[in-house]
Design a protein around this ligand. Structure first.
Ligand code: COA
Length: 321
C-alpha cells in the first residue's frame, strides 16, 4: 500500500504586498529583489491566521477528495508559525473541520515540513493505522520576520496548502528521501518568544528570523539534486520520465541551478514564487494545489517534490499521480 494524493486545496491571504511596498519599509527595490530571487510579490496576512488558512486549505482538499470528515484517520499540520504554542494547529483544524476520528498533531521541519508529513502519513497508512490522511502546510511567516532586515523580509510570504492521501495499491508515493543536519541550525533560525522566567538569565527580547543567505543558497543547490537523484534511483525511474519537478519556492536562481545540475529543462520546474514568495512548509502544497486546479496533473504522471530549509532539513519524494 502506498499513500496517494486524492485531493488538494490552498488558501492565500487577500492582501498582496509587491516589492515596491517593501521598498517603503527597507532600503531595497523591485529590481534587486526580482533579479536576486525571482520574487515580485507575496500575500501577507491581515485578518488571516495560520489556523484559519490551514483550515480553509484542508476544507478544500477534503471536498476535492470526496471523503467525509469522519473518514480522515490522521491530520498533520507542518508549520513553524503556529498561532498557539499549545494546542497544535492540527488540533484546532480538527475542531474546525469536525475530523472526529483523526489523530492530530503538528510537525516542525521548516520548509521541508510538507515532505516530512508525506513520509509520516505514508508510514501510518502502510502500518494500517489509517486509510486516509489529511496533511497541511500552513504559515504566517510575516510574524516571524524582522521587518527592518532587508536580507530576509523580502523573501517570505503567508499561506496554506493541503492534500488528502489515501491507501492505494497502485501509484502514489513511489520513493522518498529525507535528511537533517542539526549541526548547522544557526544558518537559519528564529528565537521565538522571550523567556519570562525571572530566574532565567536568558530572559529578554523576542527574536526574529536570522539567516546566512549565501550558506542556505549553497546548501540548497548542492543538496536538492542529490536527494532528487536518490528518489529516482530508489524507484528505478529516470529524470526524463518525470513530468514535473515541484521544488520548494525559495529562489528562482536555486531552482534554475537545480534544473541545470539535473540536466532537465527549466519548463519542467513550475514556479509560483513571483506571486507568493517563500511560504516555508506551505510552499509545496500550495504549488501542487494550484497545478492541480489548472489541470496540469493527469493520472499516471510522475512528479518529484523536493525541498530544503531550517534545521537544516531536506527531502524529496517521487509520486505517481
Ligand atoms: N535589497 C537591496 N540590497 C540588499 C538586499 C535587498 N533586499 N538584501 C541584501 N542586500 C545587499 C547586501 O547588504 C549586500 O550589500 P553589500 O555588498 O554592500 O554588503 C549585497 O546586497 C549582497 O548581499 P548578499 O547577501 O551577498 O546577496 P545575495 O546575492 O547572496 O542574495 C539572498 C541574498 C538572500 C537573496 C540569497 O543569498 C538567497 O536567496 N539565499 C537563499 C535564502 C533562502 O532561500 N532562504 C530560505 C531557505 S528555506
Amino acid at each position: 500500500m502506498n499513500a496517494k494524493i486524492i485531493g488538494t486545496g490552498f488558501q492565500l491571504p487577500v492582501y498582496v504586498a509587491d516589492n515596491d511596498y517593501l521598498a517603503t519599509l527597507v532600503e531595497t527595490s523591485d529590481e534587486w529583489i526580482a533579479e536576486r530571487t525571482g520574487i515580485r510579490a507575496r500575500h501577507l496576512a491581515r485578518e488571516e491566521t495560520t489556523t484559519s488558512m490551514a483550515a480553509d486549505a484542508a476544507r478544500k482538499a477534503l471536498a476535492a477528495s470526496g471523503l467525509r470528515a469522519e473518514e480522515i484517520g490522521l491530520l498533520i499540520v507542518a508549520t513553524i508559525s503556529s498561532d498557539t504554542e499549545t494546542p497544535s494547529t492540527a488540533c484546532r483544524v480538527q475542531a474546525e473541520l469536525g475530523l472526529s476520528g483523526a489523530l492530530a498533531f503538528d510537525i516542525n521541519a521548516a520548509c521541508s515540513g510538507f515532505l516530512y508529513a508525506v513520509h509520516i502519513a505514508d508510514a501510518f497508512i502502510k502500518s494500517g493505522f489509517c486509510r486516509n490522511a489529511l496533511i497541511v502546510g500552513a504559515e504566517t511567516l510575516s510574524k516571524l520576520v524582522d521587518w527592518t532586515d532587508r536580507s530576509t523580509c523580502i523573501l517570505f510570504g503567508d499561506g496554506a496548502g493541503a492534500a488528502v492521501l489515501q491507501a492505494s495499491e497502485k501509484g502514489g508515493v513511489l520513493s522518498q528521501s529525507l535528511g537533517s543536519d542539526g549541526s548547522r541550525w544557526e544558518v537559519l533560525f528564529c528565537q521565538g518568544r522571550p523567556n519570562g522566567n525571572p530566574l532565567c538569565k536568558t530572559a529578554g527580547q523576542p527574536g526574529y528570523m536570522r539567516m546566512d543567505g549565501q550558506a542556505v543558497f549553497k546548501f540548497a543547490v548542492r543538496t536538492v539534486p542529490v536527494c532528487v537523484e536518490d528518489v529516482l534511483q530508489k524507484a528505478g525511474v529516470s529524470g526524463d520520465e518525470v513530468k514535473y519537478f515541484v521544488l520548494h519556492q525559495a529562489n528562482s536562481r536555486i531552482i534554475q541551478s537545480v534544473a541545470k545540475r539535473l540536466g532537465q529543462p527549466e519548463d519542467k520546474f513550475p514556479m509560483n514564487l513571483a506571486q507568493c514568495g517563500n511560504t516555508s512548509a506551505a510552499s509545496l502544497p500550495i504549488l501542487l494545489a494550484q497545478m492541480n486546479e489548472e489541470g496540469k496533473l493527469q493520472k499516471g504522471d510522475k512528479l518529484v517534490l523536493s525541498g530544503f530549509g531550517a534545521g537544516l532539513t531536506w527531502g524529496a519524494c517521487l509520486l505517481e499521480w
